[in-house]
Ligand binder design. Structure first.
Ligand SMILES: NCc1[nH]cc(CCC(=O)O)c1CC(=O)O
Length: 308
């Protein structure tokens, strides 16, 4: 039996995802071994992600290990992957997407974004911060980095009244009991890739093994939505550190992609959505319309404000 070496970050969420990929591999008769590492994004916790600057802070080291042949595949939260990847590597599978929305967590079930009382909301995402300012200006965002367990500790220590997270991670870490509100996909539109696990390998990986991995792990409808979202991001030259959002759904053989760019203060919101059947064309079409509506100027202003 072929044993696939799966490279992963060593946070509890990443390890969960790596074992999940391993379980999927088993359905095609593949064995697996986990190679876990700490990435720059896990080590630098005293600065916000938007200030670390380089894209791919969670993914670069694993990519280097793929290039060096130290691992066969890497698993990443699809959301953490930059839009442009090294030419020697490819994405061969996207696991079935989990509910993609953001959720609010608090120790007090009454604390939701609808509260009129001003709350301190923990988040490290510029997108969530901007949506918060846009829709719920009564609340204040407070910077909150670290893995999900660290963040839950911070919530328990009173560093914030509630926090914003992706449902997918909260579900995988069995922290649902703290959820006080599920945010609508049309309001807090998710980040590109949120909720799916992407599998990356070197172009040189054995073709037969690659095909088995793809058969075991890839979810075609998810792949179509992820490709549309990732093409959007590539054309916009966005990234996970700026408030760009994009979420596609697959319905009756058609894809609908909803996307936009928000100013950091949440005032300016450039939005567009469209329907199509070709993921790459749809992603590009929505990006071009956003650019026509001023997305590049807004992104330039955002990068200046972030100092990145
Ligand atoms: N950048 C952190 C990150 N990357 C992926 C997830 C959640 C899991 C997923 O989206 O698949 C999270 C945590 C969060 O945003 O709450």
């Amino acid at each position: 039996m072929k044993t696939v070496r799966i490279g992963t970050r060593n946070s509890a969420l990443a390890l969960w995802q790596a074992h999940h990929v391993g379980a999927l591999l088993a359905t095609q008769g593949l064995g697996y071994e986990i190679v876990a590492i700490t990435t720059k994004g896990d080590q630098i916790l005293d600065r916000s992600l938007s200030k670390i600057g380089s894209k791919g802070v969670f993914t670069e080291e694993l990519e280097a290990m793929l290039c060096a042949g130290e691992i066969d595949i890497a698993q990443h939260s699809a959301k953490d992957l930059p839009s442009h990847l090294p030419a020697e590597l490819e994405l061969i599978a996207f696991t079935e997407r989990e509910a993609a929305q953001d959720v609010v967590l608090s120790l007090d079930p009454a604390k939701t974004l609808a509260s009129s009382e001003p709350l301190r909301i923990g988040t490290s995402s510029t997108r969530r911060r901007a949506f918060l300012r846009h829709f719920y200006p009564q609340h204040t965002a407070v910077e909150m980095r670290g893995n999900l367990q660290t963040r839950l500790e911070k919530l328990k220590n009173g560093e914030c009244d509630a926090m914003l997270l992706a449902f997918a991670g909260v579900h995988r870490m069995e922290m649902e009991s703290y959820i006080t509100q599920h945010l609508s996909l049309d309001q807090f539109v998710p980040a590109v890739g949120q909720g799916s696990v992407a599998i990356q390998c070197a172009l040189t990986l054995d073709a037969e093994v690659k095909e088995l991995i793809r058969k075991a792990c890839n979810h075609p409808a998810t792949e179509a939505t992820l490709l549309a979202e990732r093409h959007l991001l590539a054309h916009l030259e966005g990234g996970c550190s700026v408030p760009v959002y994009g979420h596609a759904i697959h319905e009756n053989g058609q894809l609908t992609l909803q996307a936009g760019v928000l100013s950091l203060d949440g005032v300016e919101n450039i939005v567009h959505s469209a329907t199509g059947s070709d993921p790459a064309l749809l992603g590009k079409e929505v990006a071009m319309e956003l650019i026509h509506l001023g997305a590049h100027q807004l992104l330039r202003k955002i990068r200046q404000e972030l100092g990145s």
